[in-house]
Design a binder for this molecule. Structure first.
Ligand SMILES: Cc1cc2nc3c(=O)[nH]c(=O)nc-3n(C[C@H](O)[C@H](O)[C@H](O)COP(=O)(O)OP(=O)(O)OC[C@H]3O[C@@H](n4cnc5c(N)ncnc54)[C@H](O)[C@@H]3O)c2cc1C
Length: 290
């Protein structure tokens, strides 16, 4: 087996090209090293094109090689994409957060990947480059092929960064997860939301729940119910009921019974949407994203 570390994107693409499908991109290795090893590994964790968090032409650009710890602590992500900061803050343990990357989280394609759930709710687009140095964009939810299977072929493509529309003044986002412990614990359910207000109504909403399908799952019925309204107590009760009814969950020995998870889907959907609305109201009044 060979392991190349490079800070040059061109060199990383060359190594993949020369290894004729036997090579593979590696970042923090917190997922990959628990699975299979390829004969030729290319470590991209110090390639500049995959690093950095900045505003770029009306978008927030977040490098695929940004670690969970960096994202959780980033003032820019906390201001513009709080749901992602909250998700990254709850991944694994400090050791995992210090080396595990957002790009690796998405390409590993676990149904409950915390950062991926937040990125889907935020409407993030991934920017990828192939061996011919052609770049293309895809919505994060489109990168899921099946359970634990990504459409990204890490032997011939590199995920460079994520782009998120910068929020308007009336927007808020949030992420929540429910797990038996606060560290190193599988989430029973995780949820994220992004909400934009206009006047006294919700103008746009994205609500996402996981793990119920291979990819983080939009709660379209719940979103439809909220659009154009101003939620009161009664609405929040309906949100809980609608969210729990619109997805089918399975029970598992690793997590818990289907009935308990169905209940959690409703509760987390209500709480995360309510939090996002509260943040949108606060942001409208000139507050930050917290
Ligand atoms: C003890 C432990 C606890 C964990 N807890 C959590 C948790 O609470 N929540 C959670 O979501 N995850 C958790 N994880 C999973 C893991 O840490 C994360 O998914 C992490 O973000 C993976 O990133 P990485 O950089 O280590 O990826 P790697 O292991 O390096 O790579 C993962 C996959 O992505 C590919 N890849 C990586 N970067 C790129 C790129 N730029 N372009 C193309 N392909 C790429 C690799 O080829 C590989 O297929 C845990 C893991 C461990 C070991």
């Amino acid at each position: 087996m060979s392991y190349s570390v490079t800070s040059s994107l061109a060199r990383a693409l060359n190594v993949l090209s020369e290894s004729m499908g036997q090579g593979r991109v590696v970042a923090g290795a917190t997922d990959l090293f628990l699975k299979s090893l390829s004969p030729e590994l290319v470590d991209v964790s110090s390639v500049p094109e995959l690093l950095g968090i900045n505003r770029d032409h009306g978008s927030l650009s977040i490098g695929a090689g940004v670690t969970h710890a960096e994202a959780a602590a980033s003032p820019l992500i906390r201001l513009e994409a709080m749901a992602l900061a909250e998700a990254c803050r709850q991944v694994g343990s400090p050791q995992i957060r210090n080396i595990g990357t957002i790009g690796g989280n998405v390409v590993n394609a676990a149904p409950a990947a915390d950062a991926a759930v937040a990125l889907v709710a935020l409407g993030a687009r991934a920017v990828l480059i192939d061996l011919g140095k052609r770049q293309h964009h895809a919505a994060v939810e489109e990168l899921y092929a099946d359970y634990n299977l990504s459409t990204v072929d890490s032997s011939s493509e590199i995920l460079l960064r994520f782009l998120l529309d910068l929020p308007a003044r009336d927007e808020g986002s949030a992420f929540l997860r429910f797990a038996p412990r606060q560290a190193l614990s599988l989430p029973l359910v995780n949820a994220a939301a992004r909400v934009r207000l206009k006047g006294d109504a919700i103008e746009s909403v994205r609500a996402v729940i996981a793990p119920v399908n291979p990819a983080p799952t939009r709660l379209y019925e719940t979103e439809k119910m909220l659009l154009g309204s101003w939620p009161e107590d009664d609405t929040w009760r309906k949100v809980e009921y609608t969210a729990a009814s619109e997805v089918e969950v399975r029970g598992s020995l690793l997590r818990c019974s289907a009935g308990y998870r169905q209940h959690l889907v409703g509760v987390l959907a209500r709480r995360v949407l309510k939090k996002a609305v509260e943040r949108a109201v606060k942001s409208r009044m000139g507050g930050d994203g917290s």
